[in-house]
Design a binder for this molecule. Structure first.
Ligand code: DAT
Ligand code: MG
Length: 151
């Protein structure tokens, strides 16, 4: 199994889009391993976005993600899942994201792009460990629909 950390950013929570966005991930057949509402503090935001430190948008990015509660989820699937989720999420700038993607259907600006999704299986593991304690995750559980989603 491969997994991604998903963050439904403050705008998604404020706009009541937690349900519609999670629904898309669930309907695709992705399997939840963890889910919670939380407030991201500045230290966690800086660690999560460490690769962007020094860029012009870093301060506003940290301010945005810490501005109100977020919903974080860990979703898993067979190898290739992380890339598949990135395709569902769409381009970083919602104005350029394809219709049918989450950002392309719900957003218009890069500073309000609704959702974070890990960009590689390695990022998925690193970011999952940043946001969840091991005991908050259920990594192995049997789902009755699994044989109807995977051949
Ligand atoms: P993504 O969220 O698609 O993985 P990223 O990792 O390159 O994109 O950047 C992280 C976040 O930083 C992104 O969701 C929004 C913000 N960001 C990225 N590039 C930006 C830019 N050129 N101007 C403003 N914000 C930007
Ligand atoms: Mg990224």
């Amino acid at each position: 199994m491969e997994r991604a950390l998903i963050i439904l950013k403050p705008d998604a929570v404020q706009r009541g889009l937690v349900g519609p966005i999670l629904t898309r991930l669930e309907q695709r057949g992705l399997k939840l391993q963890g889910l919670k509402l939380m407030q991201v503090d500045e230290a966690l935001a800086r660690r999560h976005y460490a690769e962007h430190e020094g860029k012009g948008f870093f301060a506003s990015l940290v301010s945005y993600i810490t501005s109100a509660p977020v919903v974080v989820a860990v979703v898993a699937g067979k190898p290739g899942t992380v890339e598949m989720i990135r395709t569902m999420v769409g381009a970083t700038n919602p104005a350029k994201a394809a219709p049918g993607t989450i950002r392309g259907d719900f957003g218009v600006e890069v500073g309000r792009n609704l959702i974070h999704a890990s960009d590689s299986p390695e990022s998925g593991e690193r970011e999952t460990a940043l946001f969840f304690q091991a005991e908050e995750l259920i990594a192995e559980w049997s789902r009755v629909t699994d044989p109807w989603i995977y051949e």
